[in-house]
Design a protein around this ligand. Sequence first.
Ligand SMILES: Nc1ncnc2c1ncn2[C@@H]1O[C@H](COP(=O)(O)OP(=O)(O)OP(=O)(O)O)[C@@H](O)[C@H]1O
Length: 305
Amino acid sequence: MSAAIEVRNLTKRYGRTTAVDGLSFEVRPGRVTGFLGPNGAGKSTTMRAIVGLDRPTSGEVLVAGSRYDQLDQPLRHVGALLDVSVHRGRTVRAHLTGLARSNRIPAARVTEVLEIVGLTAVADKRAKGLSLGMAQRLGVAAALLGDPQVLLLDEPVNGLDPEGILWIRALMKRLAAEGRTVFVSSHLMSEMALTADHLIVIGQGRLLADSSVTEFVSRNSRSFILIRTPEPEKARDALGGAGIQVADGPDGTLEALHTTLEEVGALIARHQITVYEISPQVASLEEAFMQLTADAVDYRAKQEV
Ligand SMILES: Nc1ncnc2c1ncn2[C@@H]1O[C@H](COP(=O)(O)OP(=O)(O)OP(=O)(O)O)[C@@H](O)[C@H]1O
């Protein structure tokens, strides 16, 4: 399986701001790849570089083996939902027809994409009358117009209602199942956990992780047994005596690491310690992501002071 998008040592500076800093990764076909990072991490800049809207300060980006500006009929190779920019006075259909014509795409395809995104009923309405969710759908329709093998979607769930969110998730999965490359950015780990098969995580314009979602979860999520007790010293001694590592949790709780509920329960009973709660805990994906990107966020916050 060869990579459909190759980002090689990409750096992009805007004046004194380094938005992307020596970033390299590949995006493969047949799966949804989530592009995750806190606000300002450099996701949009990278996506804009992939479709030739931003010129790299150094490094390069290849799509389907070529630089975007060297692709013949680029819309047939890459479809992108970046900023939704529509000629707002035009109708939905006219907007798509104009795009199709300038890219030598048959007009019949407009009817097809309107159907795919569920905008057939509003095809003759002016784009400026559309809700944000419908405007997102129109952006997706434009991205699909050339029936491309590679799709880039920058925060596609923004502005969508719950039904729209389910729709876009299903669409992305379907496009990937058809063998296409789907690269989708988000600043929400929870959203990506539901949609993506693979993750590229960046912070401060640098690569933090490149792994499957399953791997990311098992590597980054912290699990422990939470103990709430009025006798923390007794509990600490009992656990420590059995060779179990104990950390301090919030509100005076204890966290027993690398152990099981059964082992902790048995020890607590044997030492006759009063407990109010013993429960297994797994840090959420969102926490794992925040932990991973915390340094990047701190750094940026300090810079802006
Ligand atoms: N045209 C520009 N001129 C100057 N600085 C820019 C420009 N575009 C982006 N930046 C800066 O580059 C950094 C990365 O921005 P970018 O929009 O790529 O991040 P992002 O990960 O997409 O964030 P968000 O989730 O907020 O969209 C930020 O510090 C941003 O302020």
